[in-house]
Structure formats: C-alpha cells, structure tokens
Design a protein around this ligand. Sequence first.
Ligand code: 5GP
Ligand code: MN
Length: 345
Amino acid sequence: MLTKVIEQSNIDHFVKWFERAEKIVIVSHVGPDGDAIGSSLGLWHFLNSQDKIANVIVPNAFPDFLKWMPGSKDVYLYDHYKEYADQLIAEADVICCLDFNAIHRIDAMEEAVLASPARKILIDHHLHPEDFCKIIISHPGISSTSELVFRLICRMGYFSDISKEGAECIYTGMMTDTGGFTYNSNNREIYFIISELLSKGVDKDAIYRKVYNTYSESRLRLMGYVLSQMKVYPDYQAALISLTSNEQSQFEYTRGDSEGFVNIPLSIKGIVFSCFLREDTEQPMIKVSLRSVGTFPCNQLASEFFNGGGHLNASGGEFYGTMEEAKIVLEQALEKFKPLLNAKG
Ligand code: 5GP
Ligand code: MN
C-alpha cells in the first residue's frame, strides 16, 4: 500500500477540473530530461485513455536516448512549432505544469502559459514552487515527478487505466531521476510502485538498456577525454570535470553527449562532490552541473555561487564568465564548504 502523499483536497480539486476539461495541455521544462518527458507522457497516455484532447509541449529538443518512448513523436517542441503550440496553450481548458518549480524554467513558453485563461496545476518535486498555478502538488521529498503522476492517477481511481505505454514512461522518469535507483531512492514505496508498473508489462531491463546503453562512439571518446582532464581535490573530497566549446567541436559534440558525465567522478572512492562545467555553444555562459553523495547540499552551493538551485544531491546553475573564472569560483566554493565536504555522513 502507498501512503497518501498528495493532499486529498488537491485530488478533489483536480478531479473537478478533469471531469469538465476537454482540452488539456501538458508542459515541462527547457532541456527536458527523462523525468520531464516521462511524467508528461505518462500523464498524456492516461488522458488519452479518458478521451481527452491532450498535448505535450516542451520548450526545446530532448535527448535521443528518450526517443524510443511511446508517444515521444507526438511531443511538440515549442522552438519548432511556436504558432501551433501558442494556439493549443491559449485554447486549453487545463494546463498541467510538470517537473519545474519556477515559470522561467519553461523559457520562451512562459508568456503564452501565463497569458492563457486555462486552469493551471503544478505537479513537481523541486523545492520552493512559485505561485503561478491554482493547484500546487509539490513534494520535494518524492524523487521524481513521474512518481507523483503515478500517485495522482491512482488516487483519482484510475490505476486500471494505466497502459503498458504509460507505465513505461512513468518508469523511465523514476529511473532517470534516481540514476537507475542509485540515489534519492531509499523510499520503499518506490519499489511498490515499480512492482505495480511491472504488472502492466513493463520490461525494466530493456528500458535500462535503451536509456543508458546507447552511446555513440564519439560520446564514449569524449567521456574518455573529459575524464583524462579531470581534476581531483583530495582535501575537499571533490572532483571537477569541464568541457570548453573548442573541445566540443573536436569531438563532434551533439546535444546530450555529456549527459550524465557529472556522476562519473562520484565513483572514485571517497569523493562526495562532483562538478561539471560546460561552455554553452548557444549562449555566452557556462552550464554548471553538481552532484553529491550523502548529506552534502549541492543546491546550497549552486545558489550561493552559481545562480542556481536544485536538489540536495543534484543541482545546477549558470556562470557568466570564462572557464578559468568559473574554475576559480568553484575553488572558492570548495573552500567555503570545506567543513561540510569533509563531514562524515
Ligand atoms: P542537471 O545537472 O541535470 O542539468 O540539473 C540537475 C538539477 O539541478 C535539475 O533537475 C534542476 O533541479 C537543477 N538545476 C539545473 N540547472 C539549474 C539552474 O540553472 N537553476 C536552478 N534553479 N536549478 C537548476
Ligand atoms: Mn524531475
């Protein structure tokens, strides 16, 4: 049995909207990840089963390793179909905002979503949700938005209408936001939910291979290069990897090629904090990705030094300056957080 994570009043409120709604739009964050697409398509499959006119719209492309997901071809990319997407957003009865806590995370879609007269519901697991939705289902203690979508559908009484395809999407989001159930994944209810998803015919081993074992040769070579340049800070139990735009062009870098790299230094014994700095080729900034194991709060470091935020063990931010400057800031951050980095726990 699952505990009732989502407040009953939010379920009741959403059910009222859901029963009346014909057109439902699902939106998620820029640079959609497995949980953004998994939760969106998980909900989309369910809404389709209830004969709603549902559409998923995300700001821009998602990585190739998610393109096998059932329904992924029906996801609208706002940067390609702005006009049509604007119309869908404007005419929606309900807009479901999935896997983001701040309206700027949907990038260019912000204006259209805010301007739409649709009723809006937030379903998310990031800290400190902004107040742009009437119903706010926000549970930072839950490791993925996909899990929240599963819980919502079940609490509405529709477990039996979750299809194999919908279950695959939900499983993918749960798996990717926990690094294949290797972090944020000690809640035993996760495994109860997985068991329920398996009952729908999900092949979890195949999903793992489809998501994680799909490297291109250039990605694997890039990984080898990045790791050969890695800097380890033994006094801080930390490691840094980086990628300049020059290096990206040497390795025929395509979007998503460095996805997950930030986790690799954590496989060194004793390292509790990893930072990945990647020069963006579209905007003059450095994308910062942070990961930790145990109690080290990446999100505090991200917000104090890199204009960002996120979860305790997985956060990110942005840096405006050169790669060398970003590395200096990281080293200042390490000094400031040294006591926490060296804390046992
Ligand atoms: P990633 O390293 O995979 O890009 O991001 C990991 C997590 O950090 C995301 O799920 C998100 O919660 C958070 N995050 C990433 N980039 C930013 C950012 O620029 N600002 C904020 N506030 N959070 C971010
Ligand atoms: Mn998520």
